[in-house]
Write a protein that binds this ligand. Structure first.
Ligand SMILES: NC(=O)c1ccc[n+]([C@@H]2O[C@H](COP(=O)([O-])OP(=O)(O)OC[C@H]3O[C@@H](n4cnc5c(N)ncnc54)[C@H](O)[C@@H]3O)[C@@H](O)[C@H]2O)c1
Length: 399
């Protein structure tokens, strides 16, 4: 075990972080119950958990549940999504090793992931498969890899990466995103509301009457489209899958080719889970004055180097709004630096939704801690009994 190292913006923000967490804790009844249960059963006694998940207040309440179950924790987040005051509270008041700053670059993020893995955790929690990629490829972390008894992966993009790009599955990984509970409740309802909230907060613009294009009509895209339509936007759906386009059409949305949608939209949102949804050439087609943002896990959904290259001038207008004056005379406004706009420009998914999502994480981790020998190595779905238990607890809490 390494010494108690950490890297955050300002430890002096701890009190502010605690206050923020107090609001959230009151509204997370499922995690409060799990914390009480874990204090009795101690499923993580003697275990270290290495985590990559947004360092914000809801995650903070979840970490309280894990530590009450006996875990020692090291955590990092994603670029742009850290709440610095929560990071400070977790270090100063909860004894958690945090490597995360709101201002971190992508390269710093990768360095922080390595620092989490260097603590040689027994269990890992991943979000986008960055820890998996480091542990499973190359010799540098072979000792850390051999210690890991199980892992979870939170999101769609990470599930893709683990299944498609990482062959050497040395331990079981529960893909939380494969659960119906996460896809339906979090991705559709939670992401839908919070992405539109992020756009409204950072731009202060009216949604009603605007033309908006959602690129990618999966679980998240469906939720975003629904939330935009609920506020009166005229929504166009672009998706590479014809059956999905048909589904969107039948739901009452306008569907068309990407090129046409871009030239008429006031708001363009990528949420495909794949890099290059908006390539350099597409960016030149976007309507003058449009807002452009990403809700998918990785900023690579938009060709940001291409955007910078196309720009004759770039100016920061507000904290989460950057103006790009393109060489072709058009102006675009990039929200939240191309990172997930609901987390960079807002507070992320609604509290109740993450109470459910992090309950899935908690019970999956306890399952891995107790059954690592009997579970097969490699990616697998959340056990059905865990999903059902979380659904029952959530219904009890919400009705
Ligand atoms: N912002 C958040 O809080 C948050 C929360 C959950 C998931 N996510 C992320 O959102 C992304 C989408 O997740 P999902 O669960 O909706 O995925 P999904 O697999 O359900 O849907 C993705 C859709 O995008 C379409 N698609 C793929 N490439 C495309 C392209 N180039 N152009 C147009 N359409 C394309 C697919 O056909 C599919 O319909 C992932 O990166 C996921 O990790 C973000």
């Amino acid at each position: 075990m390494t010494d108690f190292s950490y890297e955050i913006e300002d430890i002096g923000l701890a009190q502010q972080g605690l206050e923020r967490m107090n609001w959230v804790r009151e509204r997370m009844p499922i995690l409060r119950q799990i914390k009480t249960d874990f204090a009795k059963t101690r499923p993580f006694a003697g275990l270290r958990i290495g985590i990559c998940l947004h360092v914000e207040a809801k995650t903070g309440i979840w970490l309280e549940a894990l530590t009450s179950g006996g875990a020692a924790i090291a955590i990092t987040g994603s670029p742009g999504t850290t709440q610095d005051e929560v990071a400070a509270a977790l270090v100063a008041e909860r004894g958690i090793q945090v490597f995360a700053k709101k201002s971190e670059t992508f390269n710093q993020h990768l360095d922080y992931v390595a620092r989490v893995l260097s603590t040689e955790p027994d269990l890992i929690v991943d979000n986008g498969a960055d820890i998996h990629a480091l542990a499973l490829t190359g010799p540098t972390f072979s000792r850390a890899k051999s210690r890991i008894i199980g892992a979870t992966e939170e999101t769609t993009s990470g599930g893709f990466r683990i299944r498609e790009n990482l062959a050497d599955h040395a331990f079981p990984t529960i893909i939380i995103n494969d659960s119906r509970a996460k896809r339906i409740i979090e991705n559709r309802y939670g992401v839908g509301q919070s992405v539109v909230d992020g756009i409204m907060r950072c731009s202060n613009l009216l949604i009603g009457g605007k033309r908006a294009t959602v690129i990618g009509y999966g679980y998240c895209g469906q939720g975003i489209a629904r939330a935009l339509r609920g506020l009166g936007a005229r929504v166009t759906i672009v998706d590479i899958d014809p059956l999905t386009r048909l589904e969107a059409h039948t739901e009452g949305y306008h569907t068309t080719e990407l090129e046409e949608a871009l030239s008429t939209s006031d708001i363009v949102i990528t949420v495909t889970g794949r890099p290059g949804a908006l390539k350099r050439d597409h960016l030149t087609l976007i309507k003058d004055g449009a807002l452009v943002c990403n809700a998918g896990h990785f900023e690579t959904e938009i060709d940001l180097p291409g955007l910078r290259d196309l720009a004759a001038e770039s100016n920061r207008i507000m904290p989460d709004v950057r103006q790009f004056k393109l060489n072709n005379g058009k102006t675009l406004y990039l929200l939240g630096k191309g990172n997930m706009v609901n987390l960079t420009a807002g507070d992320g998914n609604p509290i109740e939704v993450m109470d459910l999502g992090l309950a899935l994480q908690s019970l999956s981790l306890a399952c891995l801690a107790g059954n690592s020998q009997s579970l097969p190595a490699g990616p697998q779905a959340t056990p059905r009994e865990i999903e059902n238990e979380v659904a029952v607890r959530t219904l009890q809490a919400w009705t």
